[in-house]
Design a protein around this ligand. Sequence first.
Ligand SMILES: Nc1nc2c(ncn2[C@@H]2O[C@H](COP(=O)(O)OP(=O)(O)O)[C@@H](O)[C@H]2O)c(=O)[nH]1
Ligand SMILES: [Mg+2]
Length: 206
Amino acid sequence: MVYRDSQGRIRFKIVFWGPSLSGKTTMLKALYNRLRVKIKGKIKSIEDPSGRTLFFDYVPFGLRGNVVFDVYTVPGQRRHRRQRKIILQGADAIIFVVDSSPDALAENIYSFRELKEFLGQEFDEIPIVVALNKRDLDDALPERVLVKALRLDGPWPIHKTIATEGLGVKRVFQDAAQLSILYRAFPNEYERFRRSLALETREKFR
Ligand SMILES: Nc1nc2c(ncn2[C@@H]2O[C@H](COP(=O)(O)OP(=O)(O)O)[C@@H](O)[C@H]2O)c(=O)[nH]1
Ligand SMILES: [Mg+2]
């Protein structure tokens, strides 16, 4: 939920969603290393000793003007359902990170279903940007297969990413950031813009 903080800055919340090990934390770190922004907080991570996200990663990015994006990742393991629900609350945009590995297909489907369940009616409205990650894997599932299996044929922009190399991550974030602002501040323009982004990014997958 957008709000003004004590310094008068407007804050938007962006949440990286997706199954365990799909690359959410890697993508957040890649973004952190690539974004040239005015304010960049430290990344706060709450993880277990093996480096898996236990509660969340969080970092604030401040752009020009008075806008700050609070960016979170959720823990993907199924048992962290409650934490995910808490972190999702008040999100202004979601980045759904899909693992392209064939072994992860069932977890991707589970994760997207859970997102839909948690969002309820808002699922049809809130900006969701899809990152098909791990496109460098030799056995990565074809994009068309992922789109079909996950039913990603909604009004959602889709991008291919390789988080470990930072490929595609800026564009994914840029779409999410832009859509979050339109969604909350310019609702009249939002739906049209979201559909045009979705169409534009989907042409590659036909
Ligand atoms: N090959 C490949 N591995 C990746 C990619 N993105 C992340 N990984 C690896 O996948 C594993 C899980 O990444 P992590 O960011 O911790 O996943 P999270 O559980 O979604 O936060 C790590 O070993 C990453 O290095 C990618 O694009 N390609
Ligand atoms: Mg993580």
